[in-house]
Design a protein around this ligand. Structure first.
Ligand code: AMP
Ligand code: MG
Length: 420
């Protein structure tokens, strides 16, 4: 009897599953099912935490602000003093950010105060300097002030004990600052994901050397390095592997021993896939799909040992599209994050687009504004899956659903902006 691993067993139980024409969303969800629990944790310095993932909830150890502060430059007063005309107050002292006024304020007195300074004891209102008339050591305050005016109250932004950030949150610049503002010098994060990267193909030559006739430069590994760099993983660069079974087997087994996930490009399209398939059957559990999408039709996914394997197509644009549609969020899950669906916006299509129903197309688009501030998108032009300059010109994908036919100029389309 044939023994099946968990991947094949799960696929066999699906009622609708056609490996030769798989919808984008189904492939996304299937991959998601096999992504393992988050990694081990470690405690690291906040200064090293950018692009890591929080391994625990962050509760605020303090009130923010920690005291009552002035939100303006002006005069701190006792609001009760403003009830009695002529509202002339004597300046009893001054308070600056980092230099509090520690004296006692008597009735009829006020304190010159600057933004960020502690509110002196007894004061309950800050009158902006624009709203007073200074005469020597007294100020005359105009009408119409309320208690609490221009005061940032203790705990107004964040109360002590409140959950500020949840486990699984990616640490971006805003989180760096937020964690620092709460006094965290260290944070508990998941360890870095290790990703092995390799290209396949006898035609590949490395950049930096003159091109030999019949060869092409290996660009895929560099786009992948870039996209992985944005994610903040450790990349293990396995170079380019020749199209022969022994070399590929050695490279994949080496990668599986060292990495949480392996990303290869090339060698999964019809014609090349056969020996790669046999090899992967021998060393792992990998399925080969034809995704109903353009570009990016062939895709292999599975496991080699404990390592996840993503076999991307060889075409340079297809590599970027499949990485962005399938691999990036899969890696985020492995990093301990819970990525939501990609951000999609509606835009008016500036020109017409030819499209045959049947596959989801990811056309490269340039998104901008029309004269009224509405979103307008045009394609980058020629959309061949080898034209990498189209990705460089683009700032979004124009996502045309499988059912869609030709798109008329002026119609509304969905776009996925690239993160800048
Ligand atoms: P394959 O999927 O291996 O048949 O490759 C499809 C196309 O992508 C072929 O034209 C390859 O030459 C090209 N290709 C494959 N790998 C790379 C790479 N690393 N860099 C640039 N182009 C590639
Ligand atoms: Mg190839």
């Amino acid at each position: 009897m044939e023994t099946k691993g968990p991947l094949l067993a799960a696929l066999a139980s699906l009622s609708e599953y056609d490996p030769n024409s798989m919808p984008v969303e189904q492939a996304r969800q299937l991959i998601r099912k096999f992504l393992a629990a988050p990694l081990e944790q470690e405690s690291i310095a906040l200064s090293d935490a950018l692009r890591r993932t929080l391994a625990e909830d962050i509760l605020s150890p303090m009130n923010v602000p920690p005291h009552d502060y002035s939100a303006m430059d002006g005069y701190a007063v006792r609001h009760a003093d403003l009830e009695n005309a002529p509202r002339k107050l004597k300046i009893g002292g001054s308070a600056f950010a980092g230099h509090a006024y520690t004296g006692k304020i008597a009735a009829g007195e006020c304190v010159r105060i600057m933004t960020g300074a502690l509110i002196p004891d007894g004061c309950d209102c800050v009158v902006m300097q624009e709203n007073v008339k200074v005469e020597g050591t007294t100020v005359e305050v105009a009408d119409g002030h309320r208690p609490g005016e221009n005061i940032r109250l203790t705990g107004e932004d964040i109360a002590r004990g409140a959950t500020v950030l949840a486990r699984g949150q990616a640490i971006r610049p805003a989180e760096m600052g937020l964690l620092a503002s709460l006094g965290f010098g260290k944070v508990a994060v998941y360890r870095k994901l290790r990703i092995a990267l390799l290209s396949t193909g006898d035609e590949l030559q490395q950049p930096g050397t003159p091109l030999v006739a019949g060869r092409i430069y290996d660009s895929n590994r560099y786009t992948l390095m870039g996209m992985l760099g944005d994610l903040g993983v450790d990349t293990i660069d396995m170079g380019a592997v020749r199209d022969d079974r022994a070399s590929l087997k050695a490279a994949l087994l080496d990668a599986a021993g060292r990495a949480d996930a392996i990303i290869s490009s090339g060698g999964v399209s019809v014609g090349e896939a056969d020996y790669v398939k046999q090899l992967l059957d021998e060393i792992g559990e990998v399925v080969f799909w034809k995704i109903a999408m353009k570009p990016g039709k062939p895709l292999a996914y599975g496991k080699i040992g404990t390592s996840h394997f993503f076999g991307l197509p060889g075409n340079p644009v297809a590599v970027m599209v499949t990485f962005q549609q399938f691999v990036r969020d899969a890696l985020r899950v492995l990093m301990g994050q819970q990525p939501g669906p990609p951000l999609e916006l509606q835009a008016i299509c500036a020109g017409s687009i030819r499209k045959v129903p049947g596959r989801t197309e990811f056309q490269r688009g340039i998104l901008g504004h029309d004269d009224n501030g509405g979103l307008i998108v045009r394609t980058t032009g020629e959309q061949g899956s080898g034209i990498l300059s189209s990705m460089s010109k683009a700032n979004c994908f124009i996502v045309l659903p499988a059912t869609q036919g030709n798109v008329g100029a002026g119609s509304t389309v969905q776009v996925q902006p690239f993160s800048q």
